[in-house]
Ligand binder design. Structure first.
Ligand SMILES: NC(=O)c1ccc[n+]([C@@H]2O[C@H](COP(=O)([O-])OP(=O)(O)OC[C@H]3O[C@@H](n4cnc5c(N)ncnc54)[C@H](O)[C@@H]3O)[C@@H](O)[C@H]2O)c1
Length: 291
């Protein structure tokens, strides 16, 4: 028998407006710091019970304690680790509603002619296989739970536009975009939504380290990186994305506010990948137009 998908989530219909995820259970991979940590915090503020899954044990455990969540050591490149993270959510609260496949690594930088294939394989094992593992075990748990669910992968603006990341990183994020669409196609009948969010230029430790390395300025701060993105990498001049901006997008995708959205890639890039400013002269009035 085909499962029946409720049009509206009744749990959410009864929740106070400030708690958009009351009683939901979430796993956030790469949740110890950066975008993942901001997301874990925001989900918890909205009433979700959050399992933080990461390889940075001290940071992850401290964060999990601070939000009333659980921490598990989980290297997403290892299938069994991801299975254990999902099992922890099920043992702890008996359900899984939200899976955020956010863990990711940058690099290797440099020319495609000299790529170190060992580093490429490592990156793919984290960024791509990590997401495959997350979708696989979350989907199985959600299908069993028969309540639907929301699976979100952190992709990147680099997944839709060349020149924004190293070759292997770009490949990994484009692969996640295909994976999410494919999984959304299969899992929709179970009421499971699969979406991506694609941040761009968020001055997290990952991005700041990368700017320091590329520009050879080891004293660059997050603010310095943000300002560069705001000036050169955003149509919203001077505005760049914060980890909280990305967390808000994840909250939206996780909640019933996005209840009819699946197979979508929500790009948070200040318009950068949709616009080209080299032709901006076309928006200038000429004297005869204004006369
Ligand atoms: N910062 C940006 O501008 C930006 C832009 C686009 C996409 N992203 C993506 O956002 C996600 C989060 O990145 P961030 O910017 O917060 O960087 P970050 O380095 O601060 O956070 C990454 C987190 O993933 C964890 N992690 C790394 N390898 C792991 C593994 N094998 N298993 C489990 N956890 C692992 C790290 O320990 C860390 O907590 C990544 O997928 C990244 O590719 C970031």
């Amino acid at each position: 028998m085909e499962p029946s998908i409720p049009m509206h989530d009744e749990d959410e219909a009864q929740r106070p407006p400030s708690k958009r995820l009351a009683n939901k259970v979430a796993v956030v991979t790469g949740g110890a710091r950066g975008i993942g940590a901001a997301t874990a915090k925001l989900l918890a503020q909205h009433g979700a019970h959050v399992v933080v899954a990461d390889i940075l044990d001290e940071l992850g455990a401290t964060l999990a304690d601070s939000i009333g969540g659980r921490y598990i050591h989980c290297d997403v490149s290892k299938e069994a680790d991801v299975e254990s993270a999902v099992e922890l959510a099920l043992k702890w609260k008996g359900r899984l509603d939200i899976m955020i496949n956010n863990a990711g690594v940058p690099g290797p930088p440099g020319s495609i002619t000299t790529l170190d294939m060992k580093q490429v394989m490592h990156l793919l094992s984290v960024n791509v296989l990590g997401a495959v593992h997350g979708i696989k075990y979350a989907a199985a748990a959600m299908i069993n739970g028969r309540r639907g669910g929301s699976i979100i992968c952190t992709s990147s603006s680099a997944g839709i536009m060349g020149g924004l990341g190293g070759h292997a990183y770009t490949l990994s994020k484009a692969a996640i975009n295909g994976l999410a669409r494919s999984a959304a196609c299969e899992l929709g009948v179970h009421g499971i939504r699969v979406n991506n969010i694609s941040p761009h230029g968020v001055p997290s430790e990952m991005l700041v380290d990368s700017y320091r390395w590329h520009l050879g300025k080891m004293d660059m701060t997050a603010e310095d990186v943000g300002r560069i993105v705001g000036e050169r990498g955003s149509s919203l001049r001077g505005r760049w994305a914060t980890v909280e901006d990305v967390a808000e997008a994840a909250l939206f995708m996780a909640s019933e506010d996005a209840g009819f959205i699946t197979g979508h890639n929500l790009v948070l890039d200040g318009g950068y990948t949709s616009a080209v400013s080299t032709m901006s002269f076309i928006y200038q009035n000429r004297d005869k137009d204004t006369a």
